[in-house]
Structure formats: C-alpha cells, structure tokens
Design a protein around this ligand. Sequence first.
Ligand code: PEP
Ligand code: CO
Length: 448
Amino acid sequence: MPLTAPAPPARTATLTAPPWRGLPAAQQPPWPDPAAVADVAGELARLPALTAAADVRQVGAALADVSAHQAFLLQAGDCAEPTGAMGVAALQGKHRVLGEMGEIISNRLEMPTMTVGRIAGQYAKPRSKPEEIVGGRALPVFRGLNVNAPDADAAARIPDPRRLLAGYHSARALLSELHIIAHRAASDLTPLSAASITARRPRSWDGTLRAVLDDYGRTHRTEEGWRRTGLWTSHEALLLDYEEPFVRRDPRTGEDYLLSTHLPWVGDRTRQVDGAHIALLAHIANPVAVKIGPGISRGDLIALCQRLDPHRRPGRLTLIVRLGAADVRRLLPEMIRTVAEAGHQVVWACDPMHGNTFTAATGHKTRHMDDIVAETSAFIEILHRAGQWPGGLHLEVAGDRVTECLGAGGPRSEQGLARAYRTLCDPRLNDDQARLLAQRAADLIARG
Ligand code: PEP
Ligand code: CO
C-alpha cells in the first residue's frame, strides 16, 4: 500500500450513458426498492473515491513487471470480507500473513512480490442458487455484507442498499489502517540503506527510495522484512450499483478509472463477453483480472482477451485460472496456447481454491490441501513447459488459525473442521497452510 493516495476530492461520476447500462448483468441482488438503490448510488457518487488513479497506474506498472517475468503476484484474502469493526480487527492478521508469504516467495525467487489483498471491498458474492438451507429452513442465499446479512433469519436476508454505504465506509476505514501500517513501516527504515534496496530493484523501477516504497511489496532478508510489504486492494466487481458511482475521470489523462479499488476482477459466473461486467472492465483504465473456470470455450477466451486487452498491453489483463486439480492438466495447456497465439502478454495466476471445493460429511464446505497443492503444482509445471511465467497465486486466506481447509497445517479429519470454522462464505487457508503453500509454490517455481 503506498504512502500517497489521500482521498482525492469528491467528484461525481462522469458518465451519463455508461456502456454497460442495459446489458445483461448476472448475479445482481433482487433489491426490493429500486428507488432506494438509486438514492444510495447517487450518494456514493458524491463521496470521495477510495483509491487514486496515480496509484492504480503504479499497480498497472507492477503487473507489467509480473507479466514480463520480473516479479510475482500474490493476491489473497477472504472469500467474503467482514465489514465494520470486525473487518478492521481482521486486517492485521491478513496483512501479516500476506507479507510472510510474500517474503517466502521473494527470498526463494529473488524477485519482488507484489501483494494484493482481497480486501477493502470484497463484500459481495455471486452464488450458484438463490436459496440455501439453514437449520433445515430454506432462506434467500447470503450474498455478502454489501447486500444482506448471513443470520438465519428471513428478514436479515432481504437485500438492503444502505449496506452499500456501510461497505464504502468499511473500505475507507481499512484503507486508513493500511496507510497507517505503510507509514509505520516507512518510518522504520533505518537498517536498510537506500543502496541495498536500489540494488534489488527490478530494472523498470525508477527513482528514489520513496518510489520503491510507494511501489509494491518490498521484501528483503531481514527478520522484519515482511513488515514493509505493501498491500494493494482488489475485489470482485460484482455489484454494478456499487461500482458505477466510482467510475471517475482522471483529469490528468482524461481516462475513466474504477476508483473503488486498485485491481478489480470479474468472476467466473459474470464473465459473459457481451455482459455488463465485462463492458465495465473494458471501459476502465485500471489493470483488470478475470476468473476462468473449466466451462470457458476457446472462442470466449479469445473474445475476452480481445475485449479487455485490445491494445495488447503487458500486464493490463490477469487471467486467474481455477480449473480444479482434476481438470487443470487437461484444460490449461490449450488455454495458454490460445492466449499466446492471440498475442496477449497476460499475467497467469492460479486460483487453486475454487475448483476444489466440496461439502464434508459434517456439512462444512471445505477444500483439501492435497488438491490445492496438486492444482498449484500442475499450474506451475504446465506454464513452465509452455515457456511461460507462472507468475501469480490467488488464494483465500484468513490470517488466523482457522480450521476451514483440511490437510497439512490444518485439521486432519472432517471432525476437526468445526473447531474454528468462521468464514462468511468459502473455506480459507489458515496461517500455517498459507505459508506451506507459498513455500511449496516458490520451490517448484525456482526449480524451473
Ligand atoms: C471467489 O473468488 O470467491 C469466487 C466466487 O470465485 P469464482 O468467480 O472463481 O467462482
Ligand atoms: Co470464494
């Protein structure tokens, strides 16, 4: 997280006819009162943006480095993020574990790791069914705290647009915390000489020590190295009513940026090439990411790349593949060929979580470390074999000692899941599992 980025002054959204309006938009909540949603959207448009275009451009430059095999992308955090005081309380742990993982990876690969949280806005979830069974009762499904509450109560499940404002203020509080952490880290630089940092900078970085700190996660071989790791923000750009008010024109460049986050992504359920979500990503100047599941066709993959990266700009597009341990070897080689033939220099990132989810006999949604490691290993091996850089990992981690995923570093049996199962949505890795996976991935990548 950079030291700059104070909130830019309030600006109104600049678009009178956003190109995504009127296009089919999957996974939007059934808001009971559309007029109330419009009021909230108007209020959001008058509030200061959450990120700054200059910082978003730095994220783009860092991703270009990743796409050029000069850095690594580690993107991780909650599946569904808590808001309010709970969100702030959980921040330190996530910041710490991402930093530790970043340090493990950087030390092994001898290159910078750019750390990006699923953080400060990961408050909305796409769901596979409109209802879920809770305590034997069918209830409207929980869609993230920007929409409804997870309580086992029909009234709590009614989508409430005022939650979008609460989400905004939660994100703002987290961004303040991140600035405080970054500031503390920067003022604690005495053991490192500017020369030693400069020596490790990738070639594309320019400028001063400040620029290095402002840039992205610095890591080095001192004990507290991870404390200086910066954290950028990302979330799934799912709720158009929340995102649209943050599309703001940058007076410096005349481009429109999505300033609710640094790196927005579109999920596997909303990546329809002619849909509203992809139209939003295509319009904005941020670097963008898309989740790719086993159901994508070759034609859709080509069309998505063309739509989102028409100028073939290195790092503009990150493809987060989540194919599952069972399918990754069969499907990934062809995808890599397709994208390379179309001439896009994307960041390839592996999400080894979402293709490996199952329900345990105890009723808990879970994932097994064996599958997570297997998919990650296959991803690395296949990218290497294709002569490409397996430069990214996208994970769900808690920053805490939760018991949500099975296997190494966590519960050995399904009975152990209940001990500390706290997620609001999908099961997350605990600290030990996250560090183990970072070590394993870094070893495999380093071995080539
Ligand atoms: C997620 O990242 O939590 C998610 C829903 O992922 P996907 O779009 O890959 O299913
Ligand atoms: Co998830």
